[in-house]
Design a protein around this ligand. Structure first.
Ligand code: SF4
Length: 277
């Protein structure tokens, strides 16, 4: 049996920066509020809660003068305003690449462009980015383009963890509809490399294991990529999932993880595969 582990597995730069930052801050403060789950990964969230992190859904749940960490996904602009008004001290771990998107949306909007944001509507990064302009249209599927109105000036940008394949076809269709559109492909290189490597491994493997949180959209996209190349794929959160036992039926096993899964979990999954086999 051979196990191929994706080199791009484990936390991406932005998530690692946020998780390490929150871990360091809670160690020195004893308690720390964090706006939303730091990553879509129950194991990581539980570990931080045990250390004293309190995950809140809304800044209104935080008391005046307290500290509040912002995760890598970023937040709408009004969160900064509310924090200032109530002297809530922000520890901002928004990924610099997501901040770039906020800046570009704001600039384009100030220059009179209508904004098309390509991304999952419920994803926190999309919700955050929407808060940097008034005129934002969010689409997540090519079929939604037809219903979009005509604009004088239009600008499109994409969620950092969106599927590259889907984005390419959406961009093509947008350019057919709007001849003067300015399209920015802001899919993060880390996401692109991970999806490309996943595809390559899935072509070679008889069995693909995608490791990641149940609610992680980039993990779900990796699973879709794996399924397009390999007939036998599973998605698991960690080494305790019983589905991992299916690996004993196969010779070449590929392992890849989403951006919200620590390397520690991959190591445990690989150890479990070796144990089963
Ligand atoms: S996927 Fe890229 S943009 Fe998104 S948090 Fe990670 S490093 Fe930042």
């Amino acid at each position: 049996m051979e196990i191929i582990i994706g080199r791009e597995s484990g936390f991406c730069f932005g998530v690692k920066r946020a998780v390490d930052g929150v871990e360091k801050e809670v160690s020195s403060r004893g308690k720390l509020n964090c706006l939303g789950e730091i990553v879509h990964n129950e194991v990581v969230v539980k570990k931080l809660m045990d250390k004293g992190v309190v995950f809140v859904d809304n800044i209104d749940e935080v008391k005046d003068n307290e500290y509040l960490a912002i995760r890598a996904h970023g937040v709408p602009e009004d969160v900064y305003k509310k924090a200032e008004e109530r002297n809530i001290k922000l520890l901002d771990f928004t990924c610099p690449k997501v901040m770039q998107i906020h800046k570009k949306i704001k600039e384009a909007s100030n220059n009179g462009y209508s904004i098309i944001l390509i991304g999952k509507k419920e994803h926190p990064e999309t919700i955050g980015s929407m808060g940097y302009a008034k005129d934002v249209y969010v689409i997540e599927d090519i079929s939604e383009i037809e219903a979009l109105p005509l604009f004088d000036k239009v600008f499109s940008i994409v969620q950092t963890t969106f599927s590259l394949d889907k984005y390419i076809s959406i961009e093509k269709k947008l350019k057919e509809k709007y001849s003067n559109i300015v399209c920015i492909n802001s899919i993060c290189p880390s996401t692109r490399n991970r999806q490309e490597e996943c595809r390559k491994i899935a072509r070679e493997a008889d069995f693909m294991i995608i490791v990641g949180g149940k609610n992680s959209s980039n993990t779900k996209k990796l699973f879709e990529v794996a399924c397009s190349e390999c007939e036998n794929c599973i998605i698991i959160q960690d080494e305790n999932d019983k589905k991992i036992e299916e690996s004993k039926k196969y010779d070449i096993i590929g392992v890849m993880s989403g951006a919200s899964t620590p390397m520690e979990t991959i190591d445990k999954v690989v150890a479990r595969i070796n144990q089963i086999n």
